[in-house]
Write a protein that binds this ligand. Sequence first.
Ligand code: ACO
Length: 385
Amino acid sequence: TRGAQTMSETSEKPTIYKGLVGVYADVSAVSKVMPETNSLTYRGYAVQDLAENCSFEEVAYLLWEGELPNAAQLEAFKQETASQREISPALHRVIREFPKDAHPMDAIRTAVSFLGLEDPEAGDVSHDAQYRKAKRLFAKIPTCIGAAYRASRGLDPVAPNPAHSFAENVFNVIQGRVPEKEVLKSFDVSMILYAEHTFNASTYTARLVTSSGADMHGAITAGIASLKGPLHGGANEAVMHMLKEVGDPAKAAAWLHGRFDHKALVMGFGHRVYKSGDSRVPTMKKYAEKMAEVVGDRTWMEISRILAAEMLEKKNIHPNLDFPAGPAYYLMGFEIPLFTPIFVASRITGWSAHVLEQQADNRLIRPLSWYTGPEQRPVPPLAAR
Ligand code: ACO
């Protein structure tokens, strides 16, 4: 409910929901997470069914439109988005000026902000304009990631090909090649699984920005900033650094026990909502295993298997999606700092679906804080301090 103002006049400390744990902050019809059955649906469809039966483009359409497209709608959607992949010469120039050692997440955050400066409907926050902006971002984000990555390596950008599928395009603009079908399928699956996940930190950030009446590019720029953190999207990179640090399946258990001694976080494990298994993990694991087969290297999956078994046995903590996604991207030939930007290329769909939902029934998001600072006091003159 919209509820009454709850500003309390009492001096009794109210319940503080630190981290907003267990708080229902709003309603949403985009997705539903059911931790009791380790399941997740997008607009009513189970993610694992979408992953096995649909392309990422179909899922993007579903998240925005609420229904899966028919063949004609899908074709029109693919054409509309694929034809908008180019970025301006000005943005290419800006990207070439980025520091070569900048993290690709900072590069994509800056590029998306720049796209907001140039957007033909920059000042228009009507639903239709905001939706068109979301589709433009969906089309252009891989181009920006590819251009920034390649510039940092002294390489020329690869022009997006409008005939490519979303997955083919990502490989082409980053790696300059389109891999075989099984690799594309594994990648598409990861895009579908990463697309949406209710009120996670970055999505809630995007909704919060939207709640003040701000525009799509502002909300998405903030979402990217939030996703970068290692407790959130940044974990997929951290997972692969960890697997490489372990290096050898024979060392995995001892390495993990060393982490336990220091009470250190083990990246890719744990989840705020799921406590008995992440709905997306079995599907992603299956496709990470397929990648290991394609590449002919089982090292990372074997280390992963041992770490997951030990974490479950000793700590009763399950892996999250980032755990199988990290090695899957590595086996697909992506450099580690590109893993979280690739997550952005997917999550733009969920973020923008939430932005549109937030603005359709908006109320400024403005919680209260319980003050714990000094008592009220007089300002001493400068000379007396
Ligand atoms: N490694 C070791 N211990 C862990 C881990 C972990 N990855 N995750 C949780 N725990 C422990 C906590 O230390 C805590 O122990 P305690 O009760 O003895 O203090 C207990 O499990 C409960 O965990 P919380 O911290 O209460 O869980 P919370 O919901 O606050 O945090 C989070 C969830 C941030 C995801 C956490 O599990 C974590 O930091 N994981 C590692 C980072 C990661 O993989 N993030 C990706 C999230 S999924 C995604 O973005 C796609």
